[in-house]
Ligand binder design. Sequence first.
Ligand code: ATP
Ligand code: MG
Length: 310
Amino acid sequence: MITTVTLAPALDKTIRISNFSSGKVNRVEAVQFDAGGKGINVSKNLNAWGVAARACGILGGANGAKIKALLEKDQIVHDFVYTDDDTRINIKITDPVNRATTDINESAAAVSDEVLKAVFDRVASRLGQGNVVVLAGRVPGGVSPRIYADWIAALKRLGAHVFLDAEGELLSQGAKEKPALIKANKKEFEDMLGYKVADEKEMIFAARNAVRQGIKTLVVSLGEQGAMFFNEQEAYRAPALKVPVNSTVGAGDAMMAAMCFGTAKGLSFMDTCKFAMAASAAAIMQTGTQAVSKDMVENLLDEVRLEAIK
Ligand SMILES: Nc1ncnc2c1ncn2[C@@H]1O[C@H](COP(=O)(O)OP(=O)(O)OP(=O)(O)O)[C@@H](O)[C@H]1O
Ligand SMILES: [Mg+2]
């Protein structure tokens, strides 16, 4: 069983308005609601690929209830802690004429230490030896940036493998506790290192060093330039697939889901990395953060080129 954790989920409200303009009256053409948040996105993909995953975290108020209903519609296993404070809404205004998206993101309501503890207990409650726990995304304001670090240490003591996707101090502190896997884009990788890397050679050197020091798998994603994958024995570089880009939102989450998929299915490291490249390419061909279908990923697998890093 894989457990995903989303401490600051959002109800994504996508509104379509042709020729959207600020300071004017705009007519809405269509509205769509999606359950949003990095851990939830990972769960959605795993569910679509036939891998059992339990989505945990915090939901609140009527917006939280709406997310719960959306998860249930997709038959996604969930085990959230509920509060009275409304889960935030993130509005995305898509303008098909000008091909632009405007994001209006609320901040997540503050949460108490009791609620955080209740989430941790829920995550820990059904963990088996070697189970994967995905900690992904930002946390509500006021929560300690050490939270992922503390949870990684505690979850490791329970025998779990923690996969981390975070930024800033959440990542740099978390990395010190040596999670089993880190997925970082270039900027996040630099947050983790505490310095900017000058070129690819320096990046590879730093990544190998991080793996030598105990992070078993490291994925550094480079957007349209592809990604690099490192574990204790192997290292690969892959150029991004050439696919039509509709929205790059959720590409990183599809990649994280693929790393979980490879682990759950016992794929080789090479096949897992290939799956990650295909899954992220499939994600950017879609407009939203809906799950990527397994067929779509499998159709792209042949196009993935992995090159061993010497
Ligand atoms: N423009 C693009 N063209 C082709 N592939 C892309 C593009 N952008 C992203 N990808 C694919 O998606 C992967 C992850 O993208 P990216 O490095 O942007 O992750 P991220 O910054 O974590 O994204 P997210 O917003 O989901 O957190 C890349 O390694 C690549 O395989
Ligand atoms: Mg990301």
